[in-house]
Design a protein around this ligand. Sequence first.
Ligand SMILES: [Zn+2]
Length: 378
Amino acid sequence: MSNTNKEIPSSKLKIIPLGGLEQIGMNITAFEYGDSIIVVDCGLAFPQDDMLGIDLVIPDVTYIKDNYEKLKGFVITHGHEDHIGSIAYVLSQVPAPVYATRLTMGLIEHKLEEYDKDHAALGTRLMDTVRRKTVTFGQSINLGDFRIEFIRTNHSIVDAAALAIYSPVGCVVHTGDFKVDYTPVYGDAIDLQRFAEIGKKGVLALLCDSTNAERPGFTPSEKTLAPIFDDIFEENKNTRIFVATFASNVDRVRQIINTAYKFGRRVAVEGRSMVNIIDTAQRLECIDIPENTLATLDEMKDIPADRQVIITTGSQGESMAALSRMADGTHRKITIGAGDTVIFSSHPIPGNEKPVTRIINSLLQKGVNVVFQDVHVS
Ligand SMILES: [Zn+2]
């Protein structure tokens, strides 16, 4: 009541979550000020047990459609499915420019190309119509009433960014997914100094989200995994080794390749999503792999079992993923059984415990040695 003379701003900053809150996956948030809307991330969610026959869950973008004339662009924090997975579907409904860092943009472009292939009959291609700009850390872009600064963070995928979103009424910081890792496997550490500088100037709101946020304590650096992998490889010297992890965890794949190289093993990558991400990361020089280390599954036929490592998708028990098909005995090229070791380098995401257990059980029944401990940092 004391401040009745205070001027009421003619326009307000609105933060509109279109998905991702109180759920895992499908991160997408609109920011609106005056005649400008920007959208941060454009993810998908994987279907729940009760969504029979559904492959993917994509966000409802009616609000953006209804206010399309205000839409200035999409800014993307990093290349995980729950942040870019629905971008092609959404862009086909509400086309707008896309801004992201190097690897993130590489993975987005792959999605647009796939979409164009599947929708060739439309005659227009997203790759031709959607304007894309690769942004570097520290760079700012102007979109309508907003200015957006990309700040380096660490995450299980390289080139992850936090965003400082400046509006006429103040700054909002959107962290994206991040961890503070002083010894990342690739690239530089998170730019904490920039966060401090922005913090000193004052921030209206900090938007921050994390799986396992309810668990107290610290998460070790990704680098701490190297000696653990070394030990497991040493203990299982005489077996063929499989490592199941997230397709998108480029740094983890790099670690596994390091250890394999040290032990004189060749590495094959299996699973469509993993092959795609590793190809893109290699092309954009976001991963360096020693020469003559990678092999195809066909080349593996001529290599002794104890000289092989196969990195595979399916660590979350996804029924269509490579590991699941190996466990079921329906994989076209790989038969798995006694004499093989499978390392799970991931914890089940909450909700995936049941399918992961199912896979472990079928592997154990086949006589596979399953290692499921201490080979993941969150
Ligand atoms: Zn992520």
